[in-house]
Write a protein that binds this ligand. Structure first.
Ligand SMILES: *[C@@H]1O[C@H](CO)[C@@H](O)[C@H](O)[C@H]1NC(C)=O
Ligand SMILES: *[C@@H]1O[C@H](CO)[C@@H](O)[C@H](O)[C@H]1NC(C)=O
Ligand SMILES: *[C@@H]1O[C@H](CO)[C@@H](O)[C@H](O)[C@H]1NC(C)=O
Length: 409
């Protein structure tokens, strides 16, 4: 495992020291599997095809060809005012490459929290090929999920899935798209990859911000529903790689715990499963994830029945550039089911996660896992924020993920 990780990093470093390789080519060069994407057809002269204006028929199509089917997976009946209703079912889109499937295992994409949906993996807000399409062009079978209680997985169990509004544009600017203008942590100054200004009124920003819809306040109910339906999905499609952004990182942990035989690898684009804690803007923060990585029970060894049995200590001094961590006091309890699943954590140069992602890496090691932690700046991929899969160099980041998957075969 350690050897695989080392050669993986040196291979990436090789990719990174050739900055002259055009983005699309560098990504495609990873294993020579496909041709570069066809460029979008040029818009008729004078037509503005930025942001939502690209919806006009004359602007052509951005995504490469694939076939789409949709399904609802899992669910159970709950008596309601209008008879029994289905609850806990998961909306899943199955995208199949037009050229046919050429990779042995599927990819299941899980969006992040705060009101994003499975749609976030499709064409980017500035109308480039999205992450899902990049992998479709590499021949992967792709599945896109809306998490329970949100979007097309909105729950009929209204009592257990109350909704909260998604973040407004001002918070999105400060936290994600224009962090360099707010500088709430020092590394924010390095952010250069967001397409456009990152502020209201920019067509890409406006598309991005408008995609944020309500999600459930009840993280416990959301976790429980995903544990059931997510494992049902994996039992239907077989061992798969999970590609997760931010809050979606919870699903890799929980599904590894519950049905790890069907998780070929857990791939985390800045997972928010930061142990025991969520950091505020400025110093300090709030307790979260009493089970360390989750709100709901995961299987520690030696076993515990309450998270209060975990002995949690603060490690390190807190600065805005490098936060303190909450880890277990040694000897730490382990998470053998989760530790068995290959785990990749990507962290960007300019996201707030660079200030605390070490805590997650350290905790994964403490519970017995062998995480591959790639700080993208170390392999020459610089200037990204938290939504790296939508940013200007998203193809390069997809290439890092693809390379890691190829290294696991
Ligand atoms: C709901 O399902 C239960 C259990 O299957 C059944 O007993 C009940 O009659 C159903 N309710 C309605 C309104 O059909
Ligand atoms: C959240 O969901 C859990 C599990 O369904 C339930 O036990 C709890 O009462 C819910 N809490 C709120 C505040 O809705
Ligand atoms: C934390 O700060 C204290 C007081 O400034 C200092 O004595 C200590 O060495 C620091 N510890 C670490 C791990 O940096």
């Amino acid at each position: 495992m350690v050897r695989v990780a080392a050669s993986f990093l040196s291979a990436l470093a090789g990719l990174a020291v050739a900055p002259w390789i055009p983005q699309a080519l560098a990504a495609d060069a990873v294993d020579g599997l496909n041709a570069p994407p066809p460029p979008p057809p040029p818009p008729p002269s004078g037509r503005d095809c930025t942001g939502v204006k690209a919806i006009h028929p004359a602007c052509g199509q951005i995504e490469p060809p694939y076939r789409r089917d949709f399904f609802y997976v899992g669910g159970s009946l709950l008596p309601g005012a209008f008879g029994n209703v289905t609850v806990g079912q998961l909306y899943v889109e199955k995208l199949t490459p037009a050229q046919g499937v050429r990779q042995p295992k599927p990819l299941v994409f899980f969006h992040g929290g705060g009101g994003f949906t499975g749609g976030t993996w499709l064409n980017t807000p500035d109308n480039r090929r999205g992450f899902a399409a990049w992998f479709l062009q590499q021949g992967y079978q792709v599945y896109l999920v809306d998490q329970p209680g949100l979007g097309r997985s909105s729950s009929n169990d209204l009592a257990n899935f109350p909704l909260m509004a998604g973040s407004g544009p001002e918070l999105v600017e400060a936290g994600f798209t224009a962090v360099e203008d707010y500088l709430s942590y020092p590394q924010a100054a390095l952010h250069t990859q967001w397409p456009g200004t990152g502020h209201k009124g920019d067509p890409a920003f406006d598309q991005f911000a408008a995609a944020i819809i309500p999600s459930s306040t009840n993280r416990t109910a959301t976790e429980l529903a995903m544990r059931t339906a997510g494992c049902q999905l994996l039992s239907l499609i077989g061992p798969s790689y999970l590609i997760q952004h931010s809050y979606g990182g919870h699903w890799g942990i929980l599904l590894s715990n519950d049905c790890g035989q069907n998780v070929a690898g857990s791939i985390n684009l800045e997972s928010s499963t930061i142990p025991f804690w969520w950091y505020g803007v400025g110093l300090g923060g709030t307790s979260q994830r009493p089970w360390g990585l989750t709100e709901t029970k995961i299987d520690y060894v030696p076993a515990i029945s309450s998270p209060s049995e975990l002995q949690v200590i603060s490690v390190g001094n807190e600065t805005l550039a490098h936060r303190n961590c909450y880890l277990q006091k040694e000897p730490a309890r382990k998470l053998p089911k989760i530790a068995k699943v290959p785990y990749l954590l990507l962290t960007t140069e300019a996201s707030v996660h660079i200030t605390f992602a070490h805590c997650l890496n350290d905790y994964m090691k403490q519970v017995g896992a062998k995480p591959d932690w790639v700080k993208l700046a170390d392999v020459g991929i610089k200037g990204n924020g938290h939504f790296m899969y939508l940013e200007k160099n998203s193809d390069l980041i997809a290439g890092v993920v693809h390379k890691w998957i190829q290294g696991r075969r």
